[in-house]
Design a protein around this ligand. Structure first.
Ligand SMILES: *Cc1c(COP(=O)(O)O)cnc(C)c1O
Length: 458
C-alpha cells in the first residue's frame, strides 16, 4: 500500500510509530490498514489516544494493570521511593530496605510457611531463572542429567530462549525452538480436547496417564520440573479440566518432580483467590510471579521458592559460595515499593472487588454464549474467553482466512472497546477496579461488535 492511500498523514503519530518502531506480537497487515493506536494516558479502566478517543480496556493492558491506569497511591509510592532512593541492585550482599520488606511480604501472602524470593524484571526472566536454579540444583546434588522441563501445549511462559521453549505454541518454530529437553503434554481443555463419549473425569485421567507415560519414557531422574499455569492465559484462558491438579500432583510427588505454578497472570487476585493454585486447591513447590505483582506500574518478576526448594537452593549455593545469576535491576527499590503498595491494595479492597464482580462477569459471558456462533464461554474469576465457532453443534471453527477474532477485536476498537483476539477466541480480563456500570458497558460494546461481525462471516 502506498503511503498516500493510508488514512493518516505523513508525520502523524501513526506514521511516526510505524516508521521507527519494530513491532512484536502485532499483525502487521492490520497496522498497515488501520494504523497504530497511539495512547497518551488512562483513567480507571479507560485509555485515551492521541486523537482524544476513549477506549474501555477489557484486558487490563496485558492482564497486569489491575488497579487501573491512574491509581494515585501507586503513583505516590513510586514518587516517594524515587525521591528517597531511586535505584539499587541486589548483588554482593547489598539490597534496599524495600527489597527486604517485599520478600517478607511475598512469603507472608504465599501459600508457603517459609521460603525465599528471587527477583527479575519480567515473567520470562523468572521462568528462565527457575530453570537455571533447577539445573544448578541438579548439578549440585549429583544429578546433572536432571534437566528436562515438562509443560503443556498452549501453555504460555514467556519469550526468552528457555521460557519460549517452555511455551507450547507453534509460532516458536520460526526460532527453531523449543530447545531439546522441553516436553509438552496435552492441553487440559476438555471442550476442545475431550474425545467423543469421554467424560470430563475420563479426560482428566487420560491426561494424568499421559504424564505417567512421559515420565516412564523419559526417566524420572531426567526431569527437573513440571510447570503449569493454574489457568492458561495467553493460550486462550483455559481452566484445567475438573480434578486436573489433584490427578497430576500425586504422580509428580511419587517421582520427586517439583510442581511449579506459573502464576504470572493468576497471582494477586485474578481468580478470586490470592493465588490460582489456591483457587484449584493445590500447593505448588514454587511460584512464578509478575504482571499484577506491581499492578503493571513497574517491570518486575519473582521466583518464590517454597521451603524444600528454598533450603536445597541455599545449600547448593553455599557449597560453591554463590548462585551466579541476577539482573542489574533485580529487586529494584522503586519496583519493590510499588509492589508493596499493589499487594496492600489487593489485600485491602481489590480482592473483595474482584469477588463482587465475578457473578456479573460470569453472567455476561454466559449471556453471550447463547449466540449461535459462540461455542464456549469459559474462565475463572475475572479472566474469561468466548470461543467463536462456525457451527456450534460440531464445534467447527471459522475458516482461518476470515480472521474472525481479529475482525471482532477491530470492530470492538471502532466501538471504543479494547479486547484481545486469541486463536478464534475473544479474551476478557478486566481491571479489578472496574465498576458494575463499566462492566455492563464492556459487555454491551462486545455484544454490538459480535452482532455486526457474525452476519458478515456466517
Ligand atoms: C506474561 C506471562 C509470562 C511472561 O511474562 P513477561 O513479563 O511478558 O516476560 C510468563 N508466564 C505467564 C503465565 C504469562 O502470562
Amino acid at each position: 500500500m502506498h503511503d498516500d492511500a493510508k488514512s493518516w498523514a505523513p508525520n502523524s503519530w501513526e506514521a511516526r510509530a510505524e516508521a521507527n518502531t519494530f513491532y512484536g506480537f502485532t499483525d502487521l497487515p492490520s497496522v498497515e490498514q488501520r494504523g497504530t493506536v497511539v495512547l497518551t494516558h488512562g483513567k480507571g479502566p479507560y485509555v485515551y489516544d492521541v486523537h482524544g478517543r476513549e477506549y474501555l480496556d477489557s484486558n487490563s493492558g496485558l492482564w497486569n494493570m489491575v488497579a487501573g491506569f491512574d491509581h494515585p497511591e501507586l503513583a505516590a509510592a513510586a514518587k516517594a521511593q524515587y525521591d528517597r532512593f531511586p535505584g539499587y541492585h541486589s548483588f554482593f550482599g547489598r539490597m534496599s530496605d524495600q527489597t527486604v520488606m517485599l520478600s517478607e511480604k511475598l512469603i507472608q501472602v504465599s501459600p508457603f510457611s517459609r521460603g525465599r524470593v528471587f527477583y527479575t524484571n519480567s515473567g520470562s526472566e523468572a521462568n528462565d531463572t527457575l530453570v537455571k536454579m533447577l539445573w544448578f540444583l541438579g548439578a549440585s546434588e549429583g544429578q546433572p542429567q536432571k534437566r528436562k522441563i515438562i509443560t503443556r501445549i498452549n501453555g504460555y511462559h514467556g519469550v526468552t530462549i528457555v521460557s519460549a521453549s517452555m511455551t507450547g505454541k507453534p509460532y516458536n518454530s520460526v526460532f527453531g525452538l523449543p530447545l531439546d529437553g522441553f516436553l509438552h503434554l496435552t492441553c487440559p481443555h476438555y471442550w476442545r480436547e475431550g474425545r467423543d463419549g469421554e467424560s470430563e473425569a475420563q479426560f482428566t485421567a487420560r491426561l494424568a496417564q499421559e504424564l505417567e507415560d512421559m515420565i516412564a519414557r523419559e526417566g524420572a531422574d531426567t526431569i527437573a520440573a513440571f510447570v503449569a499455569e493454574p489457568v492458561m492465559g495467553a493460550g486462550g484462558v483455559i481452566p484445567p479440566s475438573k480434578g486436573y491438579f489433584q490427578a497430576i500432583q500425586p504422580i509428580l510427588k511419587k517421582h520427586g518432580i517439583p510442581l511449579v505454578a506459573d502464576e504470572v497472570i493468576t497471582g494477586f487476585g485474578r481468580t478470586g483467590e490470592m493465588w490460582g493454585s489456591e483457587a484449584y486447591d493445590f500447593v505448588p513447590d514454587a511460584i512464578i510471579s509478575s504482571k499484577a505483582l506491581t499492578a503493571g506500574y513497574f517491570p518486575m518478576g519473582a521466583v518464590i521458592l517454597g521451603p524444600d526448594l528454598s533450603d536445597r537452593m541455599q545449600a547448593a549455593a553455599e557449597a560453591i559460595e554463590e548462585f551466579p545469576h541476577g539482573f542489574t535491576a533485580s529487586g529494584h527499590p522503586v519496583g519493590c515499593a510499588i509492589a508493596l503498595k499493589a499487594i496492600d491494595l489487593v489485600e485491602n479492597g481489590l480482592l473483595d472487588q474482584v469477588r463482587a464482580l465475578i457473578p456479573q462477569f460470569e453472567a455476561g459471558l454466559n449471556h453471550l454464549a447463547q449466540m449461535d456462533n459462540i461455542g464456549e464461554a469459559r474462565g475463572k474469576g475475572l479472566m474469561g474467553a468466548l470461543e467463536a465457532v462456525n457451527d456450534k453443534a460440531t464445534k467447527t471453527p471459522f475458516d482461518s482466512d476470515l480472521s474472525v477474532s481479529e475482525r471482532i477485536a477491530n470492530t470492538c476498537t471502532d466501538h471504543g472497546l479494547i479486547c484481545r483476539p486469541l486463536g478464534q477466541a475473544i479474551v476478557l480480563c478486566p481491571a479489578f477496579v472496574m465498576t458494575p456500570a463499566e462492566m455492563d458497558q464492556m459487555f454491551g460494546r462486545l455484544e454490538a461488535a459480535l452482532k455486526q461481525v457474525f452476519p458478515e462471516v456466517g
